[in-house]
Write a protein that binds this ligand. Structure first.
Ligand code: SF4
Ligand code: SF4
Length: 344
């Protein structure tokens, strides 16, 4: 007869999770550091992180009677190269090459929850959006370790996986931690274009391109615009640099593989999107969540860094956009292109 923990892990594998490990439900080991990070304002515009930090630090406050945290990994690696995009090209963080993972993982977690109810458990399920310090519990459970980039590293999946967790009232034996395997490596710190990793495991989100191009709502500070380069949405630089990714295999979930329809667009083509065509192109994509003005802001940054005079007509139309977020960034891009290509 399989043990309760074996049954739980069997369900996880059946539901398509690539790893499942268990941590005891205690206060998160890095609760104090998290509170300090918030106090220093390093979470930028991500106000949701600062809401109710005590709940984030202790799963027993979130789910009374919580005994265990089931930590789960799902590989999303869509491969090394996206479908070719037309010159001058742009980069989108790999996790956003296709469908929003929240939808897929949430559905699997719901099924998982139903199965655990039949085993006598009461659960709360989370993928990113939840209140728990998920990386702390993943480390405690041995689901990899927290790398110097602050990203979770898994010995088989590298950095290309989503974390999810179920808080449960089931009493499950905790798995052993795997330990820190960064050693003397500092590749992620050296690779960061904006020096956002200020020390090992210290991220100033306000300098991070992922934050600036996704979470940050307003104008992108000028000091970071050039460093963003051709990154249209998110940044994989610290992940690409990690040697633990040498073991990464392509995800078996087709909905994480690149959506060619998106990558067929030239950078300037995106400027022609109105609200409706933006929503249609990015239906089910995580990119849809930042909405058209923020996305076009990012398009202008990329064109400012990579564009040519051929991009100027589209940028001039955007410079007249009624939304100041778009018009200001388009004007900046026009000036940058003129500076690179002075009129003869
Ligand atoms: S995502 Fe990019 S900008 Fe952010 S820490 Fe990593 S390398 Fe730096
Ligand atoms: S790049 Fe090196 S230091 Fe950074 S997370 Fe990976 S192993 Fe750790």
């Amino acid at each position: 007869m399989p043990t309760l923990a074996q049954q739980v892990k069997h369900h996880a594998a059946e539901l398509g999770f690539d790893d499942c490990r268990i941590a005891a439900a205690t206060e998160a080991p890095h609760a104090a550091e998290f509170h300090q990070w918030l106090a220093e304002g390093k979470h930028g515009d991500m106000a949701w992180l600062a809401r109710d930090p005590a709940r984030r630090s202790d799963p027993r406050i979130v789910l009374p009677g919580c005994r265990s945290v089931i930590t789960l990994a799902m590989n999303y690696f869509p491969g090394d190269t996206p479908p070719e995009n037309p010159d001058p090209g742009y980069r989108i963080a790999r996790y956003a090459w296709n469908d929003d993972y929240h939808d897929l993982i949430e559905k699997r977690l719901k099924d998982f929850d139903t199965r655990l109810i039949t085993l006598g458990g009461t659960q709360k399920r989370y993928v990113d959006t939840g209140p728990v310090l998920e990386r702390d519990f993943a480390c405690a459970a041995g689901l990899g370790w927290n790398g110097k980039s602050t990203m979770q590293i898994h010995r088989r999946l590298g950095t290309w996986f989503f974390l999810a967790e179920l808080l449960t009232t089931l009493e499950l034996p905790a798995d052993a931690p795997f330990g820190d395997h960064c050693g003397k490596c500092v590749r992620c710190i050296d690779a960061c274009p904006t020096r956002a990793i200020t020390a090992p495991r210290r991220l100033d989100a306000r300098r991070c391109i992922s934050y600036l191009t996704i979470e940050h709502k307003g104008p992108i500070p000028e000091e970071f615009r050039e460093a963003i380069g051709d990154r249209l949405y998110g940044c994989d630089a610290c992940l690409d640099a990690c040697p633990w990714n040498r073991f990464a295999a392509t995800s078996r979930e087709a909905s994480f593989h690149a959506r060619e329809e998106i990558f067929r667009h030239r950078t300037r083509d995106f400027l022609a999107l109105d609200d409706d065509s933006f929503r249609a192109l990015f239906a089910r994509s995580p990119i849809r969540r930042i909405k058209r003005p923020r996305f076009l802001r990012n398009v202008c940054i990329v064109l400012g860094n990579t564009g040519t005079p051929a991009d100027l007509p589209a940028l001039h139309r955007s410079a007249a956009d009624p939304d100041p977020l778009i018009s200001e960034h388009a004007t900046w891009a026009i000036e940058r292109i003129h500076a690179r290509h002075p009129a003869p």
